[in-house]
Design a protein around this ligand. Structure first.
Ligand code: NAP
Length: 328
């Protein structure tokens, strides 16, 4: 099969090589002895793959290896007790190995792809939407009628958070850095859009009548303190990622003064050993798809062999929605 391998840790320009490899066996490190083999139509591109080209991600397989954390395609074979079977269209989280014509995923992270979604949308479903649902609901205790401020709102996980929050009956305020990204946030259903280079904290307080209940933050960096200030009493700030590059530090007196909370939301670490939680989140996301609230926004698409260009797109902050590799 054709695959893109990381052969050295020198960044997206030079780390990747197109290779011919044997197909994987139907077993996965997260479900030893059991794996769903998927003929990949589309592979999702995300921050972990970018970081892996520099050896900066927490999962550091020995070189060379095939990156690619999620795919959509057609099941070639599945264990008898899996919820999917040969011939099914699926979205699958494989953690590694997705930038290839055939990938293997654990059964508990492989979901039938609803008819409403095409393969490109399927390859943007699990990482972003399961993270958004996990963060907002399981960690953030989001309730109907609350207001959520979403940073990086035109990005992959940001657009997912906008759609999931809205589907749960919350109001959303999107924070973005450009006109083009404003359009994407509106397309994702944002109720309001504010600009990251403007007085977004004051605008968010005004739009929410005194402060938001939840901040969803995949960006981090210098906006963290203003995020805390934009919360109302009892508000929750969800730490989802650091796309801005720096990890903020917190003076905890601010939490005391505002009666607010800062909550870590790490999807992968939480769900990997909890198949039943994955199935619950998958079912909840499917309900949101059926209700018309969730439809992943696909941004730039590249053929498999141009994976380096796709990663550069993320690196240069140009990505909107989910960046996709077309594999077959
Ligand atoms: N907690 C979890 O379980 C989990 C799961 C999935 C992803 N994540 C993390 O979430 C973060 C976002 O992932 P994503 O896939 O949504 O990425 P993305 O599509 O590239 O979006 C990230 C957004 O962050 C903003 N940003 C601000 N400064 C940036 C910079 N220096 N470089 C790039 N973007 C910058 C950009 O929006 P503006 O230009 O509008 O500011 C951009 O749209 C990553 O750190 C990822 O590792 C965490």
């Amino acid at each position: 099969m054709r695959a893109m391998q990381i052969v050295e840790l020198t960044g997206p320009d030079s780390a990747l090589e197109l290779v011919e490899l044997p197909e994987p066996e139907p077993t996965h490190m997260l479900s030893p002895g059991a794996g769903v083999l998927v003929d990949v139509h589309c592979a999702g591109v995300a921050f972990p793959e970018l970081l892996q080209t520099r050896g900066e991600y927490q999962i550091k397989p020995p070189l060379p290896f095939v990156p690619g954390s999620e795919v959509a395609g057609v099941v070639r074979s599945a264990p008898a007790d899996a919820t999917v079977a040969a011939g099914d269209r699926v979205a699958a989280f494989c953690a590694l190995g997705g930038f290839a014509e055939t990938a293997v995923a654990p059964p508990f992270l492989t979901f039938a792809l609803p008819a409403e979604l095409d393969f490109a949308q399927g390859a943007g479903l699990i990482l972003n939407y399961h993270t958004a649902y996990f963060s907002l609901v399981l960690r953030g205790r989001l309730r109907e009628g609350e207001t959520v401020l979403v940073h990086g709102a035109a990005g992959g996980v940001g657009t997912a958070a906008l759609q999931v929050a809205k589907g749960l009956g919350a109001r959303t305020i999107a924070v973005v850095s450009s006109d083009a990204k404003q359009q994407v946030a509106l397309e994702a259903g944002a109720d309001h859009v504010v600009r990251s280079d403007g007085s977004w904290k004051d605008e968010a307080k005004e739009l929410s009548g005194g402060g938001v209940e939840v901040v969803f933050d995949p960006v981090g960096g210098s906006r963290f303190t203003d995020s805390l200030r934009s919360l109302r009493e009892g508000g929750r700030l969800l730490v989802v990622g650091f796309a801005g590059g720096s990890i903020p530090e917190l003076k905890v007196n601010r939490l005391l003064l505002g009666n607010t909370e800062v909550i870590g939301a790490g999807w992968g670490g939480y769900v990997m050993g909890r198949p039943e939680v994955n199935l619950e989140i998958g079912a909840a996301v499917n309900r949101l798809i059926e209700q018309g609230n969730v439809a992943p926004i696909v941004g730039e698409r590249f053929p498999l062999e141009r994976a380096a260009d796709a990663l550069r797109f993320l690196d240069e902050r140009r990505a909107t929605g989910k960046v996709i590799l077309d594999v077959r």
